[in-house]
Design a protein around this ligand. Structure first.
Ligand SMILES: *Cc1c(COP(=O)(O)O)cnc(C)c1O
Length: 408
């Protein structure tokens, strides 16, 4: 008899995006002539940069000839991509990494979810709230979350990030072993300064905590004082794994490519207290369960670092960040309290008159035909907030603001 992993049965169904889709469909049926503007999407809309497409075409041609055909590649990714990442994303910020510390993957979701494979089931997990749901759910599957009580998991330490604390996570009162940080943050669009991040790195160093740092949105940072990598903080290589992605940066949400940095100086511990190099465990894990990202995709990702590729990526990011500014200015003019949007493609608003997130969703849909994402869907501290994204097109973004001005 095959017994199932019953932790999966504890997970509540993820209703967020399916409920939104159902509500929008119902609205469309009763209002067939109204154009709905979607500011809820967490997916990019601009096409792949030209340099990326050209590199991928060339790679396809190589695959079509016996002399240049490639089969299985290294599980960790091709050295040409790891070297480009080290040179352009890290060396430029004074961070030195070696190729063996870079693991190319099929996107940050996979590795932020899978990293728990190399960690014991009884580690105590800290998670900032609200946040990307993958961290919590993957820990539920691995038996680290306890039981679901009301709207929280009994063994997860929630670290609220709200307007009251300026979205800066405060040190937890309970001891934790691992901690997920995501900056620039999805959904709040807020960031940490070097000093704020330093506080966490020092806390992790002093308490042997492993930080899992999701920097999927680092390319959207505009302010030169905000760290792009946790390794910009002294000592972070001893406590942190960093996840990055080409998805939002370069339009790879459908292509799939990202990377994880596991420094060789980073250790975990056995129950007996012996140090174990996490790089060694993650390498073993990847070699067993993952067979690498396809060559064509990796050549496409490499092209992001060419001068043409970098300029085209910047153009796309500027487009989204201009949307973000339009939204921020417009929402503020409507008297709404807005957070984020300066260094991330997300705007996080406080709903007017403390309206519940889902109620505001319905009002916004029926009164202005605009779709956003209810904050409560990202964790208990998201209640009373609402997320707009800057990933739409310019025209819709501008029209949304006109509608909001009329409505509010
Ligand atoms: C979109 C996103 C990712 C990236 O996912 P991919 O699997 O690389 O497409 C990672 N973390 C956060 C917080 C995200 O919003």
């Amino acid at each position: 008899m095959a017994l199932v992993n019953e932790n999966f049965l504890k997970l509540p169904d993820s209703y967020l995006f399916s409920t939104i889709a159902k509500k929008v469909n119902a609205f469309n049926v009763t209002h067939p002539k109204t154009k709905v503007i979607n500011l809820g999407i967490g997916d990019v809309t601009r096409p792949l940069p030209k340099a990326v497409c050209e590199a991928m075409h060339k790679a396809v041609d190589e695959m079509s000839k016996a002399e240049t055909f490639r089969g299985y590649g290294p599980e960790q990714g091709y050295p040409f991509l790891a070297e480009a990442i080290i040179k352009h994303d890290y060396a430029t910020r004074g961070i030195s990494l070696e190729p063996g510390e870079v693991f190319i993957n099929d996107g940050a979701k996979s590795d932020t979810g899978n990293i728990g494979d190399i960690l014991r089931h009884d580690n105590c997990v800290g998670i900032t709230d609200p946040v990307y749901p993958v961290y919590t759910d993957s820990n539920v599957m691995a038996a680290r979350a306890g039981s679901y009580e009301g709207n929280k998991w009994s063994n997860i330490v929630y670290i609220p990030c709200t307007a009251e604390n300026n979205f800066i996570p405060e040190l937890p009162s309970r001891k934790i072993d691992m901690l997920y940080l995501c900056f620039p943050n999805n959904p709040t669009g807020t960031t940490l300064t070097k000093n704020e991040l330093k506080m966490w790195v020092n806390y992790a160093l002093a308490n042997d905590i492993l930080i899992l740092y999701d920097a999927a949105y680092e390319r959207f940072i505009q302010d030169p004082d905000i760290p792009h990598s946790i390794y910009e903080i002294k000592g972070a290589g001893k406590v942190a794994i960093e996840f990055r992605s080409f998805s939002k940066t370069a339009g790879f949400t459908g292509i799939r490519c990202g990377y994880t940095i596991v420094p060789k100086e980073l250790n975990g511990f056995t129950l007996a207290g012996e140090k174990v190099q996490l790089n060694r465990l993650w390498n073993r894990r990847q070699c067993t369960k993952f067979n690498g990202v396809n060559y064509i995709t990796q050549r496409g990702a490499e092209a992001v670092y060419t001068p043409e590729g970098a300029a085209q990526v910047k153009e796309n990011i500027d487009y989204y960040m201009t949307n973000a500014q339009i939204l921020k200015k417009g929402l503020t003019a409507c008297g709404i309290q807005v957070f984020g949007g300066d260094n991330a493609p997300y705007l996080w608003i406080k709903t007017p008159n403390k309206t519940k997130s889902w109620k505001f969703f319905d009002q916004l849909l029926y009164d202005a035909a605009i779709v956003g994402t209810p904050g409560a869907g990202f964790g208990p501290s998201g209640e009373g907030y609402f997320r707009f994204t800057a990933f739409g097109n310019r025209e819709n973004t501008e029209e949304a603001i006109e509608r909001l001005k009329k409505w509010l």
